[in-house]
Design a protein around this ligand. Structure first.
Ligand code: PNS
Length: 161
């Protein structure tokens, strides 16, 4: 039988507890989940793609059906390449909606075989973002509530450099 594959794409600069919650929930819904560290042309990322991949890998050792890749092309093309049928995105506030809706419709045009599914973020992650994490860490604040414990020190060290 064909494997049910979902993609969890994002910039993940760096991965947060909010992202991890979505990845974990997706891993329960699909046989295989591929976390795709992709380029967002409107963002200048702080962490290199390989660093972002490594940080995510450290957080998902308990999820046996999840893998992490870096892909530089169009997400719709990657979905076709691996035969993914779903793109999973987390939705926080309504402010995410317009942008996510635009991406979902564009991806559907580029690859009609892939559906975008939105998972509502957990209430405690509603206002959590990677940029907030970077800002707090760069000013010496405590990021424990926002990122998994296992990568907290890596982020702090890297931001101090
Ligand atoms: O975490 P982000 O920055 O909101 O994620 C956006 C991302 C990286 C998933 C999106 O920009 C993307 O899919 N980039 C890959 C290139 C692509 O397919 N662009 C067209 C998207 S409609």
């Amino acid at each position: 039988m064909k494997e049910n594959i979902a993609l969890c794409p994002g910039s993940f600069d760096p991965v947060t507890k909010g992202h991890l919650d979505i990845i974990t929930r997706a891993s329960k819904m699909f046989q295989k989940v591929i976390v795709v560290v992709a380029s967002n042309s409107s963002k200048n990322c702080f962490f290199k793609p390989e660093e972002r991949v490594e940080l995510i890998k450290k957080c998902i050792t308990n999820l046996s059906n999840v893998e992490v890749v870096h892909y530089d092309g169009l997400l719709a093309d990657y979905a076709a390449e691996v035969g993914a049928t779903a793109i999973i995105k987390g939705l926080r506030a309504m402010s995410d909606f317009e942008y996510e809706f635009q991406m979902a419709l564009t991806n559907k045009k580029l690859n009609p075989n892939v559906e975008t599914l939105f998972l509502t973020t957990a209430a405690e992650n509603m206002y959590l973002s990677s940029s907030m994490v970077k800002q707090i860490a760069s000013m010496g604040g405590d990021i424990e509530s926002f990122v998994p414990q296992v990568i907290m020190q890596d982020i702090i060290e890297r931001i101090k450099k």
